[in-house]
Design a protein around this ligand. Structure first.
Ligand code: GLN
Length: 484
C-alpha cells in the first residue's frame, strides 16, 4: 500500500490519508488472508481507537512521533500488557501478560499501532512454523509451502501486506530464515541490542528480538526505536541508544569475506549457490574487495547450537509448572511430582518436550563434559574466528538458508533434516553478531530467497548501509506479487 513508513507518514501529513482509513485497510487484509493463519489475535477495536486518537493529535498540530500510525504486529512470545501471550503453546493458553516488554513499550511510546499477535513455533522452537498449537502458518506465495520459522506468522504478516513491520525473535535464525522464505527483509541485531525483558525465554544467551519489513529503511527506523539499554535486562548493551543517522552514505568500497565451505556446501541448492557467486563477482567487479576465508567449523555449528540451546531451554522452561500460571492438569494426581509430569506432558507439544529432554540430558552429570562443555568450546572457537575475520573485513556474506521454502510436512518426520536447515543462521547467534537477510533473488521454482550479511558486533550501521546498497543495485527481481 505504501512503499515505506516515510512515504506513509508524508501522506498522513499532507492529509491524503489518515490512520483510521489505513488501520481499516490492514484489518481487511488480515480478514482476507485468514487462511494463511498468520495471526493469533487481532486487536480490531483497540487499533481503530488508537487511530482515532492519532488522527486527532495531528489535527491539533502535534508533531509526529517516530512511529506515528505505523501498523505493527508482534510475535506471540513478546509480552503486551493485558493481551494474551502464549508462545503458541497450550501450556500458556489464555494467559494475559501483566506488563509490556521493553520493546513493546518503546513502540507504543512512539505512537505505533499494534494490530495483533502472530503465530509461531511453540516457544520459538522450529524452522517451519509447523510446531504451533494454532496449526501451521502458510507461505503467501505458495500455500503448500512453509513460511519458515519460528517467526513464520510475523513474516507472513509483512509478506501479505497485513502490517507494515513486525517483531519476531531470533535464537538461531527465526527472523532471517522466514524473511528468506517469504521474500522480505529480516534483521537480527547484535545480541543485547534490544532488551529481552518481556521476551519469553527460549535460550537466553542466544535470544534476540528481530524485525521484519518490506525494505531496509523501515527496519532501521523500528530498530532505532526499540534498541537501547534497559535496567530490566542486564545483558542489554549499555549504550543509551542506537544512532543510525550518520549511516554511511558515500560510495564506500566494502571488504567482504565469504566462506567457500558455505557456498560450496553439499546441502546448498545449486541455484542459490550460483546466484550468490554471481553477486560476489559483481561486487568484485565494482571495486569491493571480495575474498574467501577458510571456515572449517561449518559442520559443528548446528550440533553446538542444538546442544547449548536445548540446555538453556530445559532450564528456562522449568518455570511452566502449572502452579503459578498457565495450564494445570485436571486429572487426579497422587503427589506433586505426578502433578508436574501430567501438567507439563499435557501442556507442552512434542518438539518442546523433546528439547527439554535433550537439554536435561546434555547437562546431566555423566554427559556434561561429552556434550555441553564441548559445545561451549565450539562456541568459543567461533567467537575467536569472528574476531579475526572482522579485523580484516567489514562484512561476511552467506546464504540465509540452503533451500527455498519447503513443502508443509516435508521435514516433520526428519528432525535432523529440519535442524540442518539452520546451518547458515545459527553462526550469528552463537557469536552474538548482527545479521540480516536481504531479499535479492527469485528461484526458478518461483520462490524468493535472500542473501545473508553479517557484520561485527554492534556494527548495525555497516550492516544496514551495505544492505541498502544490495537492495538498490543487486536485487535481481521486482517485487513478487502477493495478491494484496
Ligand atoms: N530453528 C531454530 C530452532 O529451532 C531457530 C529458532 C529460533 O531462532 N527461535 O532452534
Amino acid at each position: 500500500m505504501f512503499s515505506s513508513i516515510q512515504e506513509y507518514q508524508q501522506q498522513l501529513l499532507s492529509g491524503s490519508t489518515n490512520c483510521v482509513a489505513v488501520v481499516s485497510h490492514y484489518l481487511q487484509q488480515i480478514e482476507k488472508h485468514k487462511n494463511l493463519n498468520a495471526f493469533v489475535n487481532v486487536y480490531k477495536e483497540e487499533a481503530l481507537q488508537q487511530a482515532v486518537v492519532l488522527d486527532e493529535k495531528r489535527k491539533q498540530g502535534d508533531s509526529l512521533k517516530k512511529l506515528h500510525g505505523v501498523i505493527i504486529a508482534i510475535k506471540d512470545v513478546i509480552c503486551h500488557k493485558d493481551h494474551e501471550v502464549t508462545a503458541a503453546s497450550n501450556i500458556l493458553k489464555g494467559f494475559k501478560s501483566i506488563y509490556n516488554a521493553t520493546a513493546v513499550q518503546k513502540l507504543l511510546d512512539e505512537d505505533a499501532i499494534i494490530i495483533g499477535s502472530c503465530n509461531c513455533d511453540e516457544f520459538a522452537m522450529g524452522s517451519s512454523n509447523e510446531n504451533s498449537s494454532y496449526g501451521a502458518t502458510l507461505n503467501a506465495f505458495d500455500t503448500t509451502k512453509v513460511p519458515g520459522g519460528s517467526s513464520g506468522g510475523s513474516a507472513v504478516a509483512v509478506q501479505a501486506g497485513m502490517c507494515m513491520v513486525s517483531l519476531g525473535s531470533d535464537t538461531g535464525g527465526s527472523v532471517r530464515q522466514p524473511a528468506d522464505f517469504c521474500g522480505i527483509v529480516g534483521i537480527k541485531p547484535t545480541y543485547g541490542r534490544i532488551s529481552r525483558y518481556g521476551l519469553i525465554a527460549y535460550a537466553s544467551s542466544f535470544d534476540q528480538i528481530g524485525i521484519f519489513g518490506n525494505n531496509v529503511d523501515d527496519v532501521q527506523l523500528t530498530l532505532e526505536v526499540i534498541a537501547g539499554a534497559d535496567d530490566f535486562d542486564s545483558t542489554a548493551i549499555q549504550q543509551s541508544s542506537l544512532n543510525l543517522s550518520s549511516i554511511v552514505k558515500e560510495e564506500k568500497k566494502y571488504r567482504i569475506a565469504y566462506f567457500k565451505e558455505a557456498v560450496e556446501h553439499a546441502s546448498l541448492d545449486t541455484e542459490i549457490s550460483i546466484a550468490i557467486n554471481e553477486t560476489l563477482q559483481q561486487l568484485k567487479s565494482e571495486g569491493h574487495t571480495v575474498e574467501a576465508v577458510e571456515f572449517d567449523l561449518l559442520d559443528y555449528v548446528v550440533p553446538a547450537y542444538y546442544v547449548l540451546t536445548t540446555a538453556e531451554a530445559s532450564s528456562n522452561l522449568s518455570r511452566f509448572d502449572g502452579v503459578r500460571y498457565g495450564h494445570r492438569t485436571k486429572e487426579p494426581v497422587a503427589d506433586l511430582v505426578e502433578f508436574y509430569k501430567r501438567t507439563r506432558s499435557e501442556g507442552f507439544g512434542k518438539e518442546v518436550q523433546k528439547r527439554i529432554l535433550l537439554g536435561t540430558f546434555v547437562l546431566s552429570a555423566g554427559y556434561y563434559d561429552a556434550y555441553y562443555s564441548k559445545a561451549q568450546k565450539v562456541r568459543r572457537l567461533l567467537t575467536d574466528k569472528i574476531v579475526t575475520i572482522f579485523k580484516e573485513y567489514d562484512a561476511i556474506v552467506l546464504p540465509t538458508s540452503p533451500t527455498t521454502a519447503f513443502k508443509i510436512g516435508e521435514k516433520t518426520d526428519d528432525p535432523i533434516a529440519m535442524y540442518l536447515a539452520d546451518i547458515y543462521t545459527v553462526f550469528a547467534n552463537l557469536t552474538g553478531v548482527p545479521a540480516i537477510s536481504v531479499p535479492l533473488y527469485k528461484h526458478s521454482n518461483g520462490m524468493p530467497f535472500g542473501l545473508q550479511v553479517i557484520t561485527n558486533k554492534q556494527d548495525e550501521e555497516t550492516l544496514l548501509a551495505f544492505s541498502k546498497l544490495l537492495m538498490q543495485q543487486y536485487k535481481s527481481y521486482q517485487h513478487l506479487a502477493v495478491n494484496e
